[in-house]
Design a protein around this ligand. Structure first.
Ligand code: 1GP
Length: 230
């Protein structure tokens, strides 16, 4: 029904952060390609269901990016399942996945599940601290991770996660050049159309998060990348 490969721009909304009806309406009626609900801390069944019910009325694909098992629920179009390639903790490689499959494996519709190979690259981000990610990676490292994602794991998506910080364009470019079939998502620190354009030149899909809560007008402007095709 929805073709993720066509997505150029997505908003990521954090269920733990309050958002007004007006701002949510502006996001829902924008020309973005999809909304992802996801966050690192304080993601609960209550706040996910609350946010889902508020955004469900908009004609956009809705994704739950899973951060813990307690907040997984039916009703989304897709479930993005991250595995953090540069985490030092097996929990974030596949231990949580094992728990999920033990509990829900028989009821999961795997057509809706999309596996994401994450590289967490901002050492100061909550996600880096939580997952104990080794963020000290040079271009050779990220390139080799890209090969791993594309050729070995054959992930549908590789996600370069700079959450809260604008990333290193050279690394994004280099990963983009290495990936041939895996779709590249970039997220982190995009606060303007020019940054959105710069990253969208290399990433297949850009993710815009925190600026939604800081300055909704700036956030909405990033959608204009869709007016120029890649
Ligand atoms: C976070 O990659 C997303 O998971 C977006 O990052 O919040 O910094 O925009 P920002």
């Amino acid at each position: 029904m929805y073709d993720i490969k066509q997505w150029r721009h997505v908003f990521k909304l954090d269920p733990a952060k309050p958002i007004s009806d007006d701002d949510l309406d502006a996001i829902g009626m924008s020309n973005t390609d999809a909304i992802i609900i996801g966050g690192t801390d304080n993601v609960t069944e209550d706040n996910v269901i609350h946010l889902m019910s508020r955004v469900r009325r908009y004609p956009l694909p809705l994704v739950l990016e899973i951060s813990n098992l307690e907040s997984v629920m039916p009703g989304f179009d897709f479930y993005f399942v991250p595995t953090v390639l540069n985490s030092n903790n097996v929990k974030y490689h596949n231990e949580m996945l094992l728990e999920a499959l033990k509990e829900f494996g028989h009821v999961i519709n795997f057509e809706e599940v999309v596996f994401e190979g994450y590289l967490v690259l901002n050492e100061n981000s909550k996600v880096a601290q939580k997952t104990k990610a080794n963020t000290q990676l040079d271009i050779d490292d990220v390139d080799s991770y890209a090969l791993m994602a594309n050729e070995l794991y054959r992930f549908p998506i590789m996600y370069l996660e700079y959450s809260g910080e604008y990333g290193d364009v050279e690394k994004v470019k280099s990963v983009a050049n290495t990936l041939t079939t895996t779709q590249l998502f970039y997220g982190g620190g995009i606060t303007s159309l020019s940054q959105a354009k710069e990253m969208a030149e290399f990433a297949d899909t850009i993710v815009v998060g925190d600026i939604v809560y800081q300055d909704i007008k700036k956030a909405l402007k990033t959608v204009k990348i869709k007016e120029s095709s890649k």
